[in-house]
Write a protein that binds this ligand. Structure first.
Ligand code: CIR
Length: 255
């Protein structure tokens, strides 16, 4: 959770075509840009360098950069999204990662894997199988990660939840914020687990970024719990990203 850099991408004017599991209305570009700027400012306020990439009109989900790569200290690994409309986002991200890293590997398929299904903790890499991430994708990542000395553990994303990290986030090396439904699967045994408040499941996707925790605004009981646990919270308006099933982690690559 200690980072010197992040990569983000501004939302495109085509966002209304972004993928979503359930249609609760189209996001508004103006307010999404405003929230995005607040997000970038929060990252920068910790002293990190933030690279802001230009919108990609051809890829309405491209602001959710997290799904295109996994950034580790040893190198970056390009993902292979399970959503066909998002596959091309990876080639758009690759040149930036090649500038930042000497070693850039890739999951080449036939499997699929998206960054939103990957949680790197202090001791291992947890990957949740989901509609977007399959066994072959996990296996290919496991091979690369093991070359770099990581233990990778395959777990499962609850039915109806887009990504593993839709329901959890890393708060520090040993502490995970999770929904009760995900924690009930037993995947966090041995960790200290904090639960989001009942009815505030959408608050589980946060990011610990240096001294801050960025969380979606509008979840007062979870915010209070985290505050009491000693975390410094910054609330970001996630109304429009939520319409596309996006949250705090999706909006950046952090390393
Ligand atoms: C999608 O369905 O792919 C996008 N609308 C949302 C992606 C969110 N990404 C993430 O949670 N890492």
């Amino acid at each position: 959770f200690e980072f010197t850099r992040a990569i983000t991408r501004r939302p495109a004017s085509t966002i209304a075509q972004g993928l979503r599991a359930e249609d609760i209305g189209n996001p508004d570009l103006e307010s999404m840009l405003k929230a995005h700027a607040a997000y970038v400012a929060a990252l920068r306020s910790t002293g990190a360098e933030v690279i802001e990439l230009d919108p990609l009109e051809a890829y309405p989900d491209a602001q959710f950069v997290e799904d295109t790569a996994l950034c580790l200290p040893q190198g970056a690994i390009l993902m292979r999204p399970g959503a066909p409309s998002r596959l091309g986002e990876v080639a758009e991200m690759a040149p930036t990662l090649r500038v930042c890293y000497d070693d850039v590997r890739a999951v080449t398929g036939p499997g699929h894997i998206e960054g939103g299904d990957i949680l790197v903790t202090g001791r291992e890499i947890l990957v949740g199988r989901s509609d977007r991430t399959d066994a072959a994708g996990v296996a290919e990542l496991a091979e690369i990660a093991s070359e770099w000395g990581y233990a990778l553990r395959e777990v499962f994303t609850p039915e109806g939840v887009l990504h593993f990290k839709t329901d959890c986030s890393l708060m520090d090396a040993e502490t995970i914020l999770s929904t009760k439904r995900l924690d009930a699967s037993g995947c966090f045994e041995g960790y200290r687990v904090l639960h989001v408040a009942e009815g505030e499941e959408a608050a589980a996707n946060t990011i610990r970024f240096n001294n801050l925790v960025l969380m979606a605004a509008g979840f007062p009981r979870t915010a209070e719990m985290l505050d009491n646990a000693g975390f410094e919270i910054v609330e970001i308006d996630n109304t429009d990203c939520a319409k596309l099933d996006g949250g705090m982690s999706c909006l950046s690559l952090r390393f």
